[in-house]
Design a binder for this molecule. Structure first.
Ligand code: PLP
Length: 427
């Protein structure tokens, strides 16, 4: 094993020991994450490497941000070319740039025609940085649509969301979280959201009133415990939105871009929403990039000059990485790969589950698999798995979340399953 520390003088990295790095993070950083005590010195493909050269199979992939694997060579090369070609710096948004134009056209065509009931106008794309910013864009869009198109009094618009949702951490977005911890003490919260049980169409129906303008849904809940809704749920939402003239927006930040074995998770129910939010893997995990994509008619209705903006949203480096990442997605058939590898992995995990005293349920689609444990202490198992060289964490306390990079191979799957056997059966 070769020790991996960065040479003194490598800007922004450190040749210091792990203990010193812990000290810096704990001493100077906010304590808003529950760390598992590993300092990662390198990341490549499906693997993370610590200072001693120990390798860890990354079965989390930064919650889908590293779908194409860490430092995918083509995405990394595109970003390096942009940097060395002096074209990666941020630009004032009064000028046009070819990376933005190229990326927007690619992203618009990446999604099927959003909101086909509004006509075949093509899609338009609004780029931002972190995922939650595009969630905010989607909220603005639904509210404005309600105001302008449906005549709802401005300020009275309501959006239906789901219990145990996770859409990010801005004030407006945590305002409709059902997790106390995300909200408590951060008031005053943003009104205009109604949360109902995930998967329950009757509850959605009952929540619709004259002020409802849209429904925001994760087609499969990630942070909420890797929850798959009952079959027909998304189709039912589509129908309700058509019947009541509401905008249906799918948050595919975590489950889109092949994660569940389809390009978009909503395709599992053969529906098309009116808008979709993408982030994380959109730029191959190299730089922040997120988008809200909707029917061109809706985008042009909602956003006019001066009504929105972001300094870094759609800046050249992010766009170049985004374009490269969309190409890698298509060329390497990552959705198909996720379906194939996910089926192999899920079958093996189900076999482990039948022999394990700890497993309550295995669920998920593609390479998005949750193992719910009976004792409700998934993190205990995650810590044991870390000691055996694989990185996972819990979702909602009770479920081990498995979501490796989509480029994982069968040998790596076997490595993972061997370790799951050790902690779930032999333990
Ligand atoms: C479904 C979903 N929506 C929104 C977000 C927020 O994205 P970001 O952390 O990039 O702001 C996340 C992040 O985990 C997510 O999983």
């Amino acid at each position: 094993m070769t020790a991996v520390r960065h040479a003194t003088g490598t800007k922004g990295f450190s040749s210091e020991s792990d203990t010193r790095i812990f000290g810096m993070e704990e001493g100077f950083g906010a304590h808003h994450y529950d760390r598992i005590g590993l300092v990662v010195r390198q990341a490549k493909g499906c693997w993370l490497i610590d200072e001693k050269g120990n390798r860890y199979l990354d079965c989390l992939a930064a919650y889908s941000a590293a779908n194409p694997g860490h430092h995918h060579p083509e995405i990394t090369r595109a970003a390096m070319d942009a940097l060395t070609g002096n074209y990666a710096s941020v630009l004032s948004n009064v000028v046009y740039s070819d990376p933005l134009g190229v990326f927007l056209s690619k992203a618009a065509e990446f999604a099927p025609q959003m909101g086909p009931r509004f006509g075949n106008h093509g899609n338009k794309v609004l780029p931002k940085n972190g995922g939650v910013e595009s969630v905010e864009t989607a909220i603005k869009t639904m509210r404005y649509y309600g105001y302008k198109q449906k005549g709802i009094k401005d300020g009275d618009q309501e959006i239906i969301v789901f219990n145990n949702n996770f859409h990010g951490r801005t004030i407006s977005v945590v305002s409709f979280s059902t997790s106390e911890k995300y909200r408590q003490g951060f008031g005053p919260l943003t009104p205009g959201f109604v949360s109902v049980e995930f998967g329950n169409l009757d509850a959605v129906k009952a929540a619709i009133n004259k002020n409802t303008c849209g429904i925001l849904v994760e087609p499969l809940q990630g942070e909420g415990g890797m929850k798959v809704p009952p079959a027909g749920f998304l189709k039912g939402l589509r129908q309700l939105c058509d019947d009541h003239d509401l905008l249906l927006v799918a948050d595919e930040i975590q489950v889109g871009m092949g994660r569940t074995g389809k390009k978009f998770c909503f395709e599992h129910e053969d529906i098309v929403p009116d808008g979709v939010i993408l982030g994380k893997a959109l730029s191959g995990g190299l730089v922040p990039l997120s988008v809200f994509i909707t029917n061109a008619r809706i985008m042009d209705m909602v956003f006019t000059k001066g009504s929105d903006g972001s300094t870094f949203g759609g800046y050249p480096l992010a766009c170049v990485a985004g374009t490269a990442s969309l190409e890698v997605f298509e060329n390497e058939k990552l959705a198909e790969r996720s379906a194939k590898m996910g089926a192999i992995l899920k079958e093996k995990i189900e076999q482990v589950a039948t022999r394990s005293p700890h497993v309550k349920e295995v669920r998920g689609k593609g390479l998005f698999i949750g193992i719910e444990v009976k004792e409700g202490n998934a993190m205990d198992f995650c810590r044991k798995l870390l000691n055996l060289g694989m990185i996972v964490n819990d979702s909602h306390g009770h479920t081990i979340r498995i979501s490796p990079p989509l480029v994982i191979n069968e040998e790596e799957i076997d490595y993972m399953v061997e370790r799951l056997e050790k902690v779930l059966i032999d333990n």
